[in-house]
Ligand binder design. Structure first.
Ligand SMILES: [Zn+2]
Length: 325
């Protein structure tokens, strides 16, 4: 059978685990060059026996704003057959995916249709950094999809967990994956984007748009949402600083990542490369779950991140000629 759903996870042969495309990109770009591309297969074991390949598109490139390139995503190989129990096959719906279903309100149908247009829609985001117990990943309660958190402790489903039951909502702790999903959602018409919601673990369901706040509108301390804004990067040895272009209450907001924090980060190679490239750009956009503090020396406001999983960069446009000279 052929798949008819958006493929949001694939099995990476080299890493022997299931990954989202955001996690695959982070893993790939953390490898020492020269890098060999990953081989992806379907998440369903039976499909893998049929050698059902999945293509990873643009995961070999850093996250960037450009509209010339498609965002990184997975795609099924149109020639490959998948087994009937594959999670990427939606049954009894061929051709009527856009029609309302029994028991579904008009609004629910609109939300479902909007989500179908996205590469990887996140239903539930868990911003907590609590370490998961090794090997003790929560069994997919209610069929929740829990992916890797970017630290290699991704949930591996046991073979006893069958693929034939429909998977529940897509859940992640991966900020980068959430950011990609948000940026993708922003390309929808405004009315559709406005319908999208996000369940934040320990908080509740909120409009997706309200979980992202521009730095100018931030408050001191914890914001309980993702703060974002454009800025510039400067390297200090292995560490770096990031300065937002826009100010908060007329104060400059900056992040300093010391070399030790960088060295302890599993994906330091990936982050370092982003920082090096960022120096050559007009700006980069930083998305963060950090909190804001007054600088003790009165030098504006400090953005503090306890863990580098709390930041995600998206590369902006290159400098113009006058800026580089
Ligand atoms: Zn499959």
């Amino acid at each position: 059978m052929k798949t008819n759903k958006r493929i949001t996870r694939a099995y990476c042969v080299e890493l022997e685990k299931e990954l989202s495309i955001a996690a695959a990109r982070r893993e790939y770009l953390s490898l020492k060059p020269p890098r060999a591309r990953f081989t992806f297969l379907c998440t369903n074991e039976e499909c893998r026996r049929l050698d059902a390949k999945i293509t990873g598109v643009n995961y070999d490139l850093n996250p960037q704003e450009t509209t010339i390139l498609q965002a990184a995503h997975f795609r099924a190989n149109p020639k490959d057959e998948h087994c009937p129990t594959c999670e990427w096959i939606e049954h009894g719906s061929s051709g009527d995916l856009d029609r309302s279903r029994p028991g579904e309100t008009e609004e629910e149908a609109k939300v479902r249709q909007a989500k179908r247009k996205l590469d990887d829609y996140i239903d539930i985001f868990d911003p907590n950094l609590k370490e998961k117990k090794p090997g003790g990943d929560r069994p997919g309660k209610g069929g929740d999809e829990i992916d890797g958190d970017g630290q290699g402790r991704g949930a591996r489903r046991t073979s006893s967990e069958s693929n034939d039951k429909p998977r529940g909502p897509t859940k992640t702790t991966d900020l980068e994956r959430l950011v990609e999903s948000y940026r993708n959602a922003k390309t929808l018409p405004w009315e559709e984007f406005n319908l999208l919601t996000l369940q934040v673990s320990g908080y509740g369901v909120i409009p997706l748009r309200s979980y992202f706040r521009h730095i100018e509108a931030a408050t001191m301390g914890e914001n309980g949402c993702v703060l974002f804004g454009g800025g510039t990067v400067k390297r200090y040895g292995e560490g770096f600083s990031f300065n937002f272009i826009d100010r908060l209450a007329e104060k400059r907001v900056s992040l300093y990542v010391p070399p030790d924090q960088m060295k302890a980060y599993r994906f330091r190679r990936y982050l370092k490369e982003l920082v090096i490239q960022a120096e050559e750009l007009r700006y980069v956009t930083l998305y963060t779950l950090g909190h804001l503090e007054e600088n003790p020396k009165g030098k504006g406001i400090d953005l503090k991140v306890e863990d580098l999983r709390q930041i995600a960069f998206v590369l902006g446009p290159p400098k113009t000629k006058t800026e580089t000279s």
